[in-house]
Design a protein around this ligand. Structure first.
Ligand code: HEM
Length: 179
């Protein structure tokens, strides 16, 4: 997992819960990195999982809800860091349908070692999209947060339903309907 995902996460934890919480979740976790991350470095996903588990235990907020809020913050980071990727799009459905074949393809050119999910488009119309998310990291709620912000970016909203295909969340169907 790329360092930018860790640095932005810890910044948000500090903003929402304070520096003491950052220190606590780092010291409770067993981190090869010792909790020192640089944006372009690459670290084990298990480090993120431990940080999330400890934050969840401390705050009583479910990991999925933490990932959702974090993704909404991360969208702003992506927008500021890679504005060129977003200007190509005029419509949220078009943008989301292009994650697999365009957006994440470009991400892989920048970070060859990025750990990205796959999104397979099953059905697409002007106002709806059905996609299958697959990733061993089960970060479907991170995807959900990015999708919510994608619609907001285009001054739009959507109703998005998740259907787990695999109980562990490594395969999830997204049913997206523009409001
Ligand atoms: C992960 C870039 C848009 C879904 C990531 C990561 C980067 C990235 C750098 C982390 C990879 C790693 O840690 O190794 C971008 C950029 C985007 C974009 C630059 C647009 C400008 C989206 C959108 C979605 C999405 C719109 C919507 C669903 C995900 C998910 C992950 C991810 C779910 C977590 C990894 C996983 O589930 O395995 N993306 N992304 N991304 N991205 Fe994107």
């Amino acid at each position: 997992m790329k360092g930018i995902v860790f640095t932005e996460f810890l910044d948000l934890v500090e903003e929402k819960f304070g520096l003491e919480m950052v220190d606590t979740i780092i010291s409770q976790s067993e981190l090869e990195s010792e909790g020192v991350y640089t944006a372009v470095g690459t670290y084990k996903f298990s480090e993120m999982l431990q940080l999330l588990q400890h934050l969840s235990a401390r705050t009583n907020i479910k990991i999925d809800d933490l990932l959702l809020v974090y993704a909404e913050h991360f969208f702003g980071v992506l927008k500021d860091s890679y504005p060129g990727l977003l200007v190509t799009y005029k419509d949220p459905i078009e943008m989301l349908a292009s994650i697999e074949n365009h957006i994440h393809v470009e991400v892989r050119k920048i970070y060859p070692d990025a750990e990205l999910p796959t999104f397979e488009v099953l059905e697409k119309s002007d106002n709806s999209l059905v996609m299958i998310y697959k990733s061993s990291r089960a970060m479907h709620h991170f995807g959900l947060g990015l999708m919510n912000k994608t619609f907001e970016h285009f001054n739009s909203t959507a109703t998005i339903e998740l259907e787990k295909i695999k109980e562990d969340g490594t395969e999830v169907k997204f049913l997206i309907n523009k409001n």
